[in-house]
Every structure is written in structure tokens, then in C-alpha cells.
Design a protein around this ligand. Structure first.
Ligand code: SAH
Ligand code: SF4
Ligand code: F3S
Length: 525
């Protein structure tokens, strides 16, 4: 298959055996086939997704499509039926789930949380680390008996794992009872894919290994009425050497500012109190525009003027964090005092091998500038320990950076090799026990710093956006401060969705306890 054909490759179908009489027979037959027979069968009928193609970044223009609609013949397909989507991974996936839920509901499907009630179950997957993938394969195994009982049930896998050849091959080989696999570039095709999965005796596999377009006007069924996600860009071009995302999500492409602003205005009019602007690397927003000079700073400046109480954004890459953005964020107002700025390592030599394209020193300089403009800002981060050949000294540099910046919280991970990425080909001399021990040492510091940051709030009064009942106790309400601290307190349910003042009575490691105050005193944010 040549390059052109591959790019145009729209739908790959894997025919199930032709002499199959019914779904039940089909399943039995699938079950009885040996893995080798299966692979032989599929290898002649099926073209896998390609990480190599996904890596190629051609000169293709990003197309923005405004003409999305669900054809009439598909809009009743879900009448009287129920759907369930299990979501793994990051906010991007959470939000994609809202888009898929929107499409399913427009087709007549209703949501259910009962696996047994569902007529379609989708697993929206994450490929970032091996344990994320293992969870999904475990879940696929659990779903098998359900499918055997109810052959009409449609089981699908989507999200980042579907973009990996090895994953798709494994599903074909080991889990042939699945009905549908589709990729991150194929989400808008869901109504068509469901129809295919329903009406043909085929396992439908549609994974485009391409750079990606932008599809506007997709329906969305948002999870709540208080906080909403807004995509501002898709994909990632950074190719950090450990990371699979640039392969699974396509190239960096920004939504047009007017489309984003319209969506935010709409959310404000609907009464949403907080929006989070989403992208793998939001600081690269606008770099792909050829006709306008417009970046995240300009976008935030526009959104700053919209009457919505809270605006967050995630995730920031230190490399593209420019002075204009810092200046705009310094205006405060609805732009919140919390920046998640993944550093990954405190060692410049490790950062170099990670291809992060900044050094410990330049990261610290960026932190200094942010602090100057936003003295109240909370900084949080992501850290990877046990990158191939990380020495004890290099690891110590991560520990000292953690303290030097004073991160108030951090997501910490043991490096997980991802097939197809450069780091996965590196020899690694660090034993797993050492990596685990480093993670523990790092987490001890993270916990201590988080607790210390929380303790500063004891006795203070903070503004809390009340999100709902706390997870542990329905009598208690929970919400976040402007600086992203979780607060639990007792208050009437009528305060849910409001911003209220809470006096902090007790600091824990990851949250604060408080009491609702009627009267405003001086507020510490
Ligand atoms: N785009 C974001 C990160 C998205 S992935 C950024 O660059 O900041 C979220 C986090 O997962 C990363 O920040 C990194 O810390 C971690 N991560 C990514 N790939 C990983 C891997 N192969 N092993 C372990 N952790 C990884
Ligand atoms: Fe992965 Fe790096 Fe892109 Fe973040 S910036 S998604 S870590 S490649
Ligand atoms: Fe996972 Fe894909 Fe997000 S790999 S972290 S779901 S972009």
C-alpha cells in the first residue's frame, strides 16, 4: 500500500467468517478458532493502524469541518437502547467521552451505569503507561461473558490504545468477540460505525493513522452543570522521547479563536461557573495558524472578558510558556491562580534525553517570572522517575528541584516504556526496585509539601466553588478554591453550584476541612 492509499484508507473491516449463520454461531465459531487461525485470517483482510505513519508530519493543511450532522437514518438507531462509556486517561479522554455521549444521545440512546442493561459499551482507553493498558485488557476480559450471554451487545474500544498496532492486533487475536475498534481521529464517525457493527457480521476496525482535522459542531453531553471542558487544541508535536501521545493524537492543531470564544460564551450563558481549556500542550495554541498571529495569551485575554467566574487551562508545557501569557495571567480576575507545569525531571541531562527542550535553569527562570507576575500562584507538576539510566545524582536533582520550586502537589510516575517511542529502545540499567524506591522517596517530599501548603490555610477564609456532595460523606459538600485546593464543609445543598466563603478549620495532606461563613471577612484565595 502506498502513502497516498494509506492516507486515504478510510475503513478497514475484518470480515468474520462468511458461512456464519447467526451471531450466536458466529461467537461460538470465533471462540473455537485457534489464535493462529485467527491471525492468518486477519492478516489477509486487515490493515493495522501505523505508529510510523502517525509520526510522519506532512504538509497537509488542517481542515476545519463545520458540517457535522447525524444522518436521519441513524438518528433513531438507539431508540429504547442504553449506552455505557468507561473512560480511562486524561481530561482529553473525559471530554471525548462527553462528545461520544452527545452523539449516542442524539441517536436515541440513554445512559446507564448498569453494565447488564447496556446495549453498547465503549471503553475509551489511555495508552500513556503500561498499567493503564493492563486495566483495559482486564476489563475486556470481564466483558466477554456478557457478550456470550447477549450477542446483540455491541462492545467497542476507542481512545489512544486503538491507535497502537500492537493493541489492535492483540484484540483481534485474543478478544475477537469485540465488535468495534475506532481511533481518536474517528470519533465523529461513531454513528456510522455503530450501524456497521449492528448490521453486518463484521468486526469493524476504523483507525486513521493521520495528522488529524478539526471537527466542529459535535454534540456534547456534559457531565455536570457547574464545570465544563473546552478543547482549544488537539494533538502534540513535542515528541518527548518517552511519550506515546504525539503518535496517538496526531499533530498540533488549534481551534479557531472565534469557535472557542463562542463555545465559552454559550457555556457562560448556560450558567456554567468554571471552564477548563484543554490541550496536551496548550501553550502551543495558535502556533499552527498561518493567517493570524494569535497565541494562548491573546485567547486568555479575550476569555478574561467573558462573564464566567473561573477559567483554568491544562496542560502547560514549559517550552512554549511565553511572556505575553504571563502578562495576561497576571491580570487575575477569572483567570485562576493555579498553574500545572510538568517538569518531568530536575536534571538537565535527563531533560535533554527526554527531548523536553528546556533545562533545570530555564525552568527555574520561568517559575521566577510566573511568581513575579502571579505572587499567589500555586504550582503543581508531573514527574517521571527511573527514566532509562537515571543515576542517583540525577534523581537527587529532581528532589532538590521539587523543594526549590515548592510545588504544592505533583503527579509522580515510574517510567513506563512505550513501544514505538525512542526511549523504549534505550538500554536501561536501573532495576525496578530502585525505581520503586525512588518513587517512594519522591512521594514523601510531595506529601510533605502538600501538607505544608495546606497548613497555611488554617484559619483563613477562602472562596469555594461548591461542586456537590463529598465522595466519602453525602452530608458533607466539597468544592475547590481558586488555587485548586479541595475543601470539605457542611452547608445546605442549595449552595451547590455557587461560590461561597468557607473558613478553614483543619488542613489534611490533600484537602482542607472548613465551615461555611455567612459574612465575608477578608478573603484569602
Ligand atoms: N502533555 C502533557 C502531559 C501528558 S501525559 C505535558 O507534556 O505536560 C501526563 C504525564 O504522564 C506526563 O506529564 C508524564 O509525566 C507522564 N508520562 C508520559 N509518558 C510516560 C511514560 N512513558 N512513563 C511514565 N510516565 C509518563
Ligand atoms: Fe507527551 Fe511531551 Fe506531548 Fe506532553 S508534550 S503529550 S509529555 S510528547
Ligand atoms: Fe492517555 Fe491519550 Fe490522554 S494516552 S493521557 S488518554 S492523550
Amino acid at each position: 500500500m502506498n502513502e497516498q492509499q494509506r492516507k486515504q484508507m478510510s475503513q478497514i473491516r475484518t470480515e468474520k467468517p462468511a458461512d456464519v449463520k447467526s451471531d450466536q454461531d458466529n461467537l461460538k465459531r470465533i471462540k473455537n478458532k485457534t489464535s493462529d487461525e485467527f491471525m492468518q485470517y486477519f492478516q489477509t483482510n486487515y490493515q493495522p493502524p501505523s505508529l510510523r505513519d502517525a509520526k510522519k508530519r506532512g504538509k497537509e493543511d488542517v481542515k476545519v469541518h463545520y458540517d457535522f450532522s447525524i444522518p436521519e437514518d441513524l438518528s433513531n438507531l438507539g431508540q429504547g437502547k442504553k449506552y455505557m462509556i468507561r473512560t480511562y486517561g486524561c481530561q482529553m479522554n473525559e471530554h471525548d467521552t462527553e462528545v461520544m455521549a452527545g452523539m449516542l444521545e442524539d441517536m436515541g440512546y440513554q445512559a446507564t451505569t448498569e453494565t447488564r442493561e447496556a446495549d453498547i459499551i465503549l471503553l475509551n482507553t489511555c495508552a500513556i503507561r503500561e498499567n493503564a493498558e493492563n486495566k483495559v485488557f482486564g476489563e475486556i476480559g470481564h466483558l466477554k461473558p456478557l457478550k456470550m450471554e447477549n450477542p446483540d451487545l455491541i462492545l467497542g474500544v476507542c481512545g489512544c490504545m486503538s491507535q497502537e498496532e500492537s493493541v489492535v492486533n492483540r484484540i483481534l487475536k485474543k478478544h475477537p468477540f469485540m465488535d468495534l475498534i475506532f481511533g481518536t481521529h474517528n470519533i465523529h464517525r461513531l454513528p456510522h460505525l455503530i450501524k456497521d457493527a449492528m448490521f453486518s457480521k463484521e468486526m469493524v476496525v476504523e483507525v486513521w493513522s493521520k495528522e488529524g482535522d478539526i471537527i466542529e459542531n459535535l454534540p456534547r453531553s456534559r457531565k455536570g452543570k457547574i464545570k465544563a471542558w473546552v478543547n482549544i487544541m488537539y494533538g502534540c508535536d513535542k515528541f518527548c522521547t518517552y511519550c506515546i501521545v504525539p503518535y496517538t493524537r496526531g499533530k498540533e492543531r488549534s481551534r479557531r479563536p472565534e469557535d472557542i470564544i463562542q463555545e465559552v460564551r454559550h457555556l457562560a450563558a448556560q450558567g456554567y461557573k468554571e471552564i477548563t481549556l484543554l490541550g496536551q500542550n496548550v501553550n502551543a495554541y495558535g502556533k499552527d495558524f498561518e493567517d493570524i498571529d494569535y497565541g494562548l495569551g491573546e485567547l486568555m485575554n479575550e476569555i478574561h472578558k467573558i462573564d464566567i467566574p473561573r477559567v483554568r487551562f491544562t496542560t502547560s508545557h514549559p517550552r512554549d510558556f511565553d511572556d505575553r501569557l504571563i502578562e495576561v495571567l497576571g491580570q487575575g480576575g477569572n483567570l485562576l491562580d493555579h498553574i500545572h507545569l510538568p517538569v518531568q525531571s530536575g536534571s538537565s541531562s535527563i531533560l535533554k534525553i527526554m527531548a523536553r527542550k528546556y533545562t533545570r535553569e530555564s525552568y527555574l527562570e520561568l517559575v521566577r517570572k510566573i511568581r513575579e507576575a502571579m505572587p499567589e500562584a500555586t504550582l503543581t507538576t508531573d514527574i517521571i522517575v527511573g527514566f532509562p539510566n537515571e543515576t542517583e545524582e540525577q534523581f537527587q536533582e529532581t528532589l532538590t528541584l521539587m523543594e526549590e520550586v515548592g510545588f504544592e502537589s505533583a503527579y509522580t510516575f515510574i517510567y513506563s516504556p512505550r513501544e514505538g517511542t525512542p526511549a523504549a529502545r534505550m538500554k536501561d540499567n536501573v532495576p525496578m526496585e530502585v525505581k520503586k524506591e525512588r518513587l517512594q522517596r519522591l512521594n514523601a517530599i510531595v506529601n510533605r509539601q502538600s501538607k505544608e501548603a495546606m497548613e497555611k490555610y488554617e484559619g483563613a477564609i477562602v472562596d469555594v466553588l461548591v461542586e456537590g456532595e463529598s465522595k466519602k460523606n453525602p452530608e458533607v459538600l466539597a468544592g475547590y478554591t481558586k488555587r485548586n485546593k479541595l475543601v470539605n464543609f457542611r452547608a445546605p445543598k442549595s449552595t451547590i453550584g455557587e461560590i461561597v466563603k468557607v473558613k478553614i478549620t483543619k488542613a489534611k495532606t490533600w484537602s482542607l476541612d472548613g465551615e461555611l461563613v455567612e459574612e465575608a471577612a477578608e478573603v484569602k484565595r
